[in-house]
Each structure stands twice: as structure tokens, then as C-alpha cells.
Design a protein around this ligand. Structure first.
Ligand code: OKP
Ligand code: ZN
Length: 344
């Protein structure tokens, strides 16, 4: 399958994240994309570099002040002291209920809180460069579909589906799937569907499109009562305003089997078909894999082939965007299973 890599991905290499109050190595690291690239090369897939600037889509889906902050965040951090080059910034204050978020504080770590939904989105020197090139890959894939390609895969990191209009979260900074969907719309697709199959609810993508009828959002994920991101992804979130009815959440209990998951996939596919979309964006998280270290669904490699085959039957042009998947050594095989299931 035509695949866009992110040549800047290794520049996003934060040192640690937090787990139960302790620093642990990042689950979302450069090795993930390396494993995927290796598997794609071994299977002879066509690899390309991003060639389209995603700025027009980024400016549509993210706020100006968030983009400005993210683009310059590392430089702002270094301006506080050269020694910060070896320190990972951490948010100091989050503007929760009753606090104001309309006035940007001058203090950097306070502003990092303003633009973060969690403590789990560590920054490094190359975060902006890497995130921007991943978004460019999504815009490039949309252009390839407009040029007649049937499908394309963005083998990119960092992921994007937790990043909302004005915040980062869950290892995500720029919403690549939303960029792909918006780029398809800008290129002439009247209706687009986003199907998010990552283990975690795509709260950022849902938020970006919640009041729009042109972009349907459907997600299968661990029930937010027990699973990250906890504060969005319930079944009663169905869209607002013009987007009423254009959001479908299919939360499943932690530990769900492949059979349970594929039953939800049928409901998801039925809703996508009813949208009469011109193209589909798949937020392809592979952390539904039984071997995933931070997730609890029970899919095996062969199930990912079945996923690809089922998506093919929708009969739509598809952009696959890599999201999560933290059993890094299995990530390449699992990704290739989806793509080859789709192509056969
Ligand atoms: C991102 B994606 C544990 C923090 C867990 C939340 C998981 C983010 C998943 N230290 N962070 O949807 O795969
Ligand atoms: Zn995930």
C-alpha cells in the first residue's frame, strides 16, 4: 500500500512519562515507527515522504494560540535557561472548572497546563518538527486519494487522536486524522467518515468534528469509566447542533474479546455506510492487540487481517493513520496485516 513515513519522527523523543507517580520510559517512542517501517520494507510496500504542507488544515482544526504555543514551546522553554535543554517540561497548573482559560498567562509551565489535558504528553526538542511532518503526511495521503489512489497509510508518530482544538494529550499534539479528513473535504469530498479503532477513545477528533455534519466520527474503544481518556467517549455523546447524530461511540468493557470487538465493528461499519461518505479516514490504533502493555482487548494478528478485509468491503477510498500500539516489536506485523487484509 502507498505509505507515507515521517522522516522527522525520531526527533520526538521525550525521556520519560509518569506512571503512578513514578517516571517510566515512554511507551510512545521512536522504535515504534522503526518497527513499522521495517515491516513495510520487508513486504515491499511503496514508501514516500510527506510532500504537502498541512498548515491550511491545521489552521482549520486547531486554534491559532495553540498552534503558536506548540510551534515555539521548546524555544520558550530554553529561553528560561540553557540548562533546560536536558530537562523535560511539566505543566504546573491546569485551568479546571471555575478557573479562566481565556487569558494566557506569561508563565511557561502554567501555559503548558492550559494547553494540556493530562500529564502524559511529554515534549522534547523535536516535538513540533515531528508532529508537523506527521500532519503533512496526512495531508499528502489526502492529495494522493484525490489523484486516484484507492488507499494510503500514514506510518507516522507521534499519534494525534487525543489532540483537540486547543490542547495536547495522550502522546498526541496535532490531530493527524482530523487533518486527513479536513484535507479530503478541502479537496472536494462532500462527506467524510472517521473510524477510530484505537483502544482509547479519540476525544480530540470527536471534539474537533462534534458540531459538524460533514464529518462523521465513529469510535470503538475501552469504556471511559475505566479506561483513558476517562472524560469522553460515552455512548450518549451523539453530536451537537448541525452535527447532531454524526457522532457514534461504541465503548466496550476492558478485557473484551475479538468476537465482542468485531460485533461493534459491524455496528460501526453500518453507521459509516449510512453516512454516504466519499472517503474514510481510519484512526488505526493497534493497541487493541492482546499483547499490548497498556490496553486490555484481545485481538491477535489474524484479527487485524480481518479488520482490513472488512474495511475493504465498505468500498470507500481510505486513509489509514497510525495512532497507538505499544507492543512495539509486533506493531509492524499488525499494521501490515491490516493493510494486506485491505488489499486482498
Ligand atoms: C494514546 B493512544 C500511563 C499514561 C497513559 C494514556 C494513554 C494514551 C494512549 N503512564 N497515557 O490512544 O494510544
Ligand atoms: Zn490508544
Amino acid at each position: 500500500m502507498l505509505t507515507y513515513l515521517n522522516p522527522g519522527q525520531s526527533q520526538h523523543a521525550p525521556r520519560f512519562e509518569f506512571f503512578r507517580g513514578e517516571r517510566v520510559p515512554c511507551f510512545e517512542g521512536p522504535a515504534r515507527a522503526d518497527f513499522v517501517e521495517q515491516a513495510l520494507r520487508a513486504r515491499g510496500h511503496a514508501l514516500r515522504m510527506p510532500e504537502v504542507d498541512s498548515t491550511p488544515q491545521l489552521e482549520r482544526i486547531h486554534t491559532p494560540r495553540y498552534l503558536c504555543f506548540l510551534r515555539t514551546a521548546w524555544d520558550q522553554w530554553l529561553a528560561l535557561g540553557a540548562a533546560n535543554a536536558d530537562v523535560q517540561p511539566f505543566p504546573s497548573v491546569w485551568p479546571v472548572r471555575t478557573l479562566r482559560s481565556d487569558v494566557e498567562p506569561a508563565n511557561f509551565t502554567a501555559r503548558l497546563g492550559l494547553y494540556s489535558m493530562d500529564n502524559g504528553s511529554p515534549l522534547s526538542a523535536g516535538t513540533w518538527a515531528a508532529a508537523k511532518m506527521a500532519a503533512d503526511a496526512a495531508a499528502s495521503a489526502a492529495q494522493a486519494l484525490q489523484g486516484g489512489e484507492r488507499a494510503a497509510f500514514c506510518a507516522t508518530r507521534p499519534p494525534g487522536h487525543h489532540a483537540g482544538p486547543d490542547f495536547m494529550g495522550g502522546y498526541c499534539f496535532l490531530n493527524n486524522a482530523a487533518v486527513a479528513a479536513q484535507a479530503l473535504r478541502d479537496g472536494g469530498a462532500a462527506r467524510v467518515a472517521v473510524l477510530d479503532v484505537d483502544y482509547h477513545h479519540g476525544n480530540g477528533t470527536q471534539a474537533i468534528f462534534y458540531d459538524r455534519a460533514d464529518v462523521l466520527f465513529v469510535s470503538i474503544h475501552g469504556d471511559p469509566r475505566t479506561e483513558y481518556p476517562f472524560y469522553l467517549g460515552h455512548a450518549d455523546e451523539t453530536g451537537a447542533g448541525e452535527g447532531a447524530g454524526c457522532n457514534l461511540n461504541l465503548p466496550l468493557p476492558a478485557g473484551s474479546s475479538a468476537a465482542t470487538w468485531f460485533a461493534a465493528l459491524e455496528a460501526a461499519c453500518a453507521r459509516v455506510a449510512r453516512h454516504r461518505a466519499d472517503a474514510l479516514v481510519v484512526s488505526l490504533g493497534l493497541d487493541t492487540f492482546a499483547g499490548d502493555p497498556i490496553s486490555t482487548f484481545q485481538l491477535q494478528a489474524a484479527d487485524f487481517t480481518c479488520l482490513g478485509q472488512r474495511l475493504r468491503r465498505l468500498g470507500l477510498p481510505v486513509i489509514f493513520v497510525l495512532e497507538g500500539g505499544y507492543a512495539a516489536a509486533a506493531l509492524g506485523e499488525n499494521a501490515v496485516c491490516v493493510l494486506e487484509g485491505f488489499e486482498t
